[in-house]
Design a binder for this molecule. Structure first.
Ligand code: ATP
Length: 315
């Protein structure tokens, strides 16, 4: 089984306890481990795969808590970096009008440095670039570019999730789109939400959006559509793979569970091209990944809600 290297942020989400008011009025917060690439590494590990997290936290109690959380879930943290800057923090509250109130204090995640020695470990494996913060600058952004364009990476399977967060890119969306393009061009697999697919392609129609991404170079496109399912598209095949019918209580982390489960399955294939040519196999893999997403919505939080293999098989 190949390793799945997930590069990007690991941070503390402080979630306001009493939802319905903005952050100025919130008094109590619950500390939670957050960061999409870290969730994906956990999703892979919980299913029995080899999820490896590559990212940076501060040398402080929060950094320790985060790395411990990943370790407990079976994630390989040997390539995680601990730096002098404080661990990245996000404060979140849902105001009465349903709007998210968000304060982001960016620290250690941007400090991830490119380690040329790691390149060798990457060879022949899967690389998932799915950080919401990676394109915001810092040495993390430089590392992303280098991991993507380094000649040694040619025999890797590269997966990209743009993880667009409006709170982080307000008024700067054109820059976000421009920065994503090289990743869409170079990745074998892209995972978009509906909003991301439309934003990045500039097309409202999903068929036109997929044609646009394929023309750019992406081989496998998945557009997650919540309870409706996932649009799967390769150049000569396209379909919506329906979601499992369940009663959702919290959709946090469903997208990360989906892509983690898909990567877990790709990591188990003998060769990457197999997935591209066999449409039946690819549809079944997406169906299984949809199940992982659905299960995650039946519990609170991201990491605690990710399914293990027996939960996945039971659905
Ligand atoms: P995130 O907000 O975590 O980035 P996302 O928008 O990328 O998530 P979603 O579309 O919410 O992802 O969910 C990913 C997958 O999980 C979906 O494609 C679907 O298969 C499953 N899923 C999500 N919500 C539901 C639901 N209400 N019922 C059934 N399945 C769901």
């Amino acid at each position: 089984m190949k390793k799945v290297f997930c590069v990007g942020e690991l941070l503390i989400d402080f979630v306001a306890e009493k939802q319905g008011s903005d952050l100025s009025k919130a008094n109590e917060f619950t500390k939670k481990a957050g960061g999409a690439p870290a969730n994906v590494a956990c999703a892979v590990a919980k299913l029995g795969g080899k999820g490896v997290f590559v990212g940076s936290v501060g040398q402080d109690p929060f950094g320790g808590f985060l790395l411990n959380t990943l370790k407990k879930e079976g994630v390989d943290i040997s390539l995680a970096q601990v730096c002098d800057t404080f661990t990245t923090l996000a404060f979140v509250s849902l105001a009465a009008n349903g709007e998210r109130d968000f304060v982001f204090s960016r620290g250690a995640d941007k400090e991830l440095t490119y380690d040329p020695n790691v390149r060798k470990a990457f060879q022949g494996s899967l690389l998932h670039l799915g950080a919401a913060t990676a394109l915001l600058g810092g040495s993390l952004e430089k590392a992303y570019g280098k991991y993507l364009f380094d000649g040694l990476m040619k025999d890797m399977f590269i997966s990209f999730d743009p993880n667009f967060r409006i709170d982080l890119w307000k008024g700067n969306q054109q820059q976000f789109i421009k920065k994503c393009m090289p990743f869409i061009e170079k990745s074998h697999l892209c995972k978009f939400s509906l909003e991301e697919a439309q934003l990045l392609s500039g097309k409202n129609d999903l068929d036109e959006a997929c044609d646009f991404f394929h023309e750019m170079g992406t081989k496998i496109i998945t557009v997650t559509l919540g309870e409706k399912g996932t649009l799967l598209s390769v150049k000569d095949f396209r379909k919506i793979v329906p979601s499992k019918k369940i009663k959702p209580i919290d959709t946090t982390g469903a997208g990360d569970a989906f892509i983690g489960c898909l990567l877990y399955q790709i990591a188990n294939l003998d060769n990457f091209d197999q997935a591209l040519k066999d449409h039946q196999l690819l549809s079944e893999m997406v169906e299984t990944a949809n199940k992982a997403g659905a299960i995650t919505t039946t519990n609170y939080g991201a990491i605690p809600a990710l399914p293990n293999k027996s939960q996945l098989e039971a659905l």
